[in-house]
Design a protein around this ligand. Structure first.
Ligand code: AHR
Length: 334
């Protein structure tokens, strides 16, 4: 992704964008002032949807953190549709919120609406996912994970999984991709491929790869089709736990043992993923932390106050092998 690759470590000043954002604006109810007259920061947040356990945890984190911070949160769920997100953002612009935050369902197609926000001096903070834009000034910062690195980590942890399983010879890999055009789908695939190309050009091969749209139902359906066309798959790399869990159902329905006949690496680290891993059905999980709410609220406040923030605020995450699952499960927060 353009913006992630060109990650700017330099901090960017946002005073210009926020100075006017703090000026009096009309909200839907006709009251003026940033906060609708009660002094609270008004944050318009457009969520991707409710496609996965990760997303539910992310939504809860944002809502709880906004409450904790005393913000007036305007929240909308786009049901994984870009047009819904664009309408929500337009509505936040009309309402004159102080700051707009959103987790873009796909990377492209945002310039027009972001320009509208900029014209109204409303700063935009990206959370979780990035966008591709020709004008970097259209958003202030991204609070979220390094998905390319998650893909690389998945590749590296697969080496350990194969070694532990005593797998020798060529490795036939099935990949369940996230939503087509979404940053985590593009970047996780890219990072994983980097490891393949660099270290396993001769022995690893992706034999099938298709989107499961980050959902359990999608994972199950696509994995069932994979098994029809490629019954001898050795490994499944699923871009999230939910698709991995759906795939496990398809693998079992086909009379195979997930985690043994087909080795499975997923991304996220939600509780259900850890449960499947503690049952021996997932071999390793690359964590992607959804608890972005507190960091987001901190950034929103800084942006509103015209303070300087980093261009990309990254999230700390870990990797887990199957033998760590039982011990880690009780302390999983999501
Ligand atoms: O953008 C983060 C991804 O979106 C998560 O990995 C996935 O579960 C979610 O739907």
């Amino acid at each position: 992704m353009l913006n992630r690759r060109n990650f700017l470590t330099a901090a960017v000043g946002v005073a210009a964008a926020t100075g006017l954002a703090a000026c009096a604006k009309k909200d839907e109810g006709g009251s003026t002032g940033s906060g609708g007259g009660d002094g609270k920061i008004v944050l318009g947040f457009s969520q991707v949807g409710s496609e996965s356990g990760w997303r539910s945890a992310n939504t809860d984190s944002v809502k709880e953190a906004a409450k904790e911070a005393g913000y007036n949160l305007k929240f909308s769920d786009a049901q994984q549709k870009q047009e819904n997100q664009i309408s929500a953002i337009r509505s936040y612009i009309t309402q004159g919120v102080d700051v707009i935050a959103f987790s873009p369902v796909v990377v492209t197609g945002w310039d027009a609406v972001l320009k509208e926000a900029k014209a109204k001096k409303i700063p935009v903070v990206l959370t979780d996912r990035s966008v591709e834009t020709s004008d970097e000034s259209l958003y202030v910062t991204l609070v979220g994970s390094d998905f390319t690195d998650e893909g690389r980590r998945a590749g590296k942890i697969l080496e350990k999984v194969l070694e532990k399983a005593g797998h020798k010879g060529p490795v036939k890999i099935a990949q369940l991709e996230g939503t087509t055009g979404a940053a985590p789908a593009i970047e996780r695939a890219k990072g994983f491929k980097e490891v393949m190309d660099a270290d396993h050009a001769d022995d690893w091969k992706i034999v099938v790869s298709q989107t499961g749209d980050f959902t359990r139902a999608g994972g199950k359906q696509v994995m069932a089709a994979f098994l029809q066309s490629n019954p001898d798959i050795d490994v499944l790399f699923a871009h999230n736990d939910d698709m991995g869990i759906g795939a496990i159902q398809a693998i079992e329905a086909a009379g195979k043992k997930p985690g043994k006949d087909i080795l499975i690496v997923t991304v996220d680290g939600v509780k259900d993923g850890f449960i499947a891993m503690s049952e021996g059905k997932i071999n390793a999980i690359v964590e992607c932390n959804p608890l972005l709410g507190p960091q987001l609220m901190e950034v929103v406040k800084k942006v509103k106050n015209g303070e300087t923030v980093e261009r990309w605020i990254k999230t700390k995450e870990g990797d887990f092998m199957q033998d760590q699952a039982k011990a880690a499960l009780p302390s999983r927060k999501y």
